[in-house]
Design a protein around this ligand. Structure first.
Ligand code: NAP
Length: 243
């Protein structure tokens, strides 16, 4: 009996080469797991490597050495056509997003920036060199609330600012990468509200959609992006967002 062929995938990833290699950082989280699953299920994707705090190699955004070591461990395995950075924090041990200036404190600002901004900056440093010299995409999960132009409600100081700064780092890296890897596409993404651990305290289960749906939408957007889009900030709908 011959094996049944893969069903025609509804998710089109044809802009990536057949058998493409993908890396998901923050693969233990809601959308991180959904990215890994969608890529593992996709016939065009040849290999998905999933990194997180408990993986081998381990990657902890709070530990600079672990970032360098993880990149070094993967260096000899071949280039990546797709790198997704899906980690981030909104609330943590002992803190929730600030509602007013009076809530601001160094511990929360620093903890949020270490995970949402400084860690991803070092991901850019250590993992951009692992991108394939041909078509390649590196995307970081940002958030629309990190848009300065779109900030109408206020609040959530640390989270908003950490994502705005992440967007600047991404844009700056995209400019540098254009000089050495002209085919590379580096973008910030907004996934929309999803039902994950991160959104749980904010009625994520009621107002969010599944991470699987968000992952499929974002992969579809990435499939359509070209080097001319590099350095941009895109929503799951494909809409370009204001900085
Ligand atoms: N959920 C939403 O509605 C929403 C909306 C807009 C933007 N986003 C963004 O989407 C991204 C993913 O969020 P999510 O909803 O999937 O959240 P999630 O389920 O809470 O996952 C967060 C991920 O970040 C990882 N992480 C946290 N601290 C880390 C550290 N020190 N080192 C390495 N990894 C660390 C977690 O690892 P552990 O499993 O080890 O804790 C987990 O893999 C975030 O950047 C978030 O800002 C989410």
């Amino acid at each position: 009996m011959t094996a049944a062929p893969h069903p025609a995938p509804s998710l089109n990833l044809d802009s990536f080469p057949a058998g493409f290699r993908a890396l998901v950082i923050g693969a233990s989280g809601g959308i991180g797991q959904a990215f890994v699953q969608a890529l593992q299920d996709h016939p065009r994707c040849g290999e998905v490597i999933a990194l997180h705090r408990q993986s081998t190699p381990r990657l902890d955004l709070d530990d600079e050495t672990s970032l360098a070591d993880a990149a070094q461990a993967l260096r000899g395995t071949g280039a990546f056509h797709l790198i997704l950075h899906a980690a981030g924090v909104l609330h943590g041990a002992g803190f929730m997003p600030e509602k007013k200036l009076g809530d601001l404190n160094y511990a929360q600002l620093e903890a949020t920036f270490r995970i949402n901004t400084f860690g991803p900056a070092l991901v850019l440093r250590h993992f951009c060199p692992l991108l394939d010299p041909g078509r390649s995409v590196l995307a970081v999960l940002s958030a629309k609330v990190g848009s300065i132009g779109d900030n109408r409600l206020g609040g959530w100081y640390s989270y908003r600012a950490s994502k705005a700064a992440l967007n600047m780092l991404l844009k700056t890296a995209a400019i540098e990468m254009q000089r050495s890897r002209a085919q590379a596409v580096l973008v910030s993404l907004h996934p929309g509200t999803m039902h994950t651990r991160l959104s749980e305290p904010f009625r994520g289960a009621q107002i969010g959609r599944s991470a699987a749906d968000a992952a499929a939408d974002l992969l579809g957007v990435l499939n359509r992006l070209t080097p001319g889009d590099s350095g941009g900030f895109f929503a799951y709908s494909g809409e370009r967002l204001p900085w």
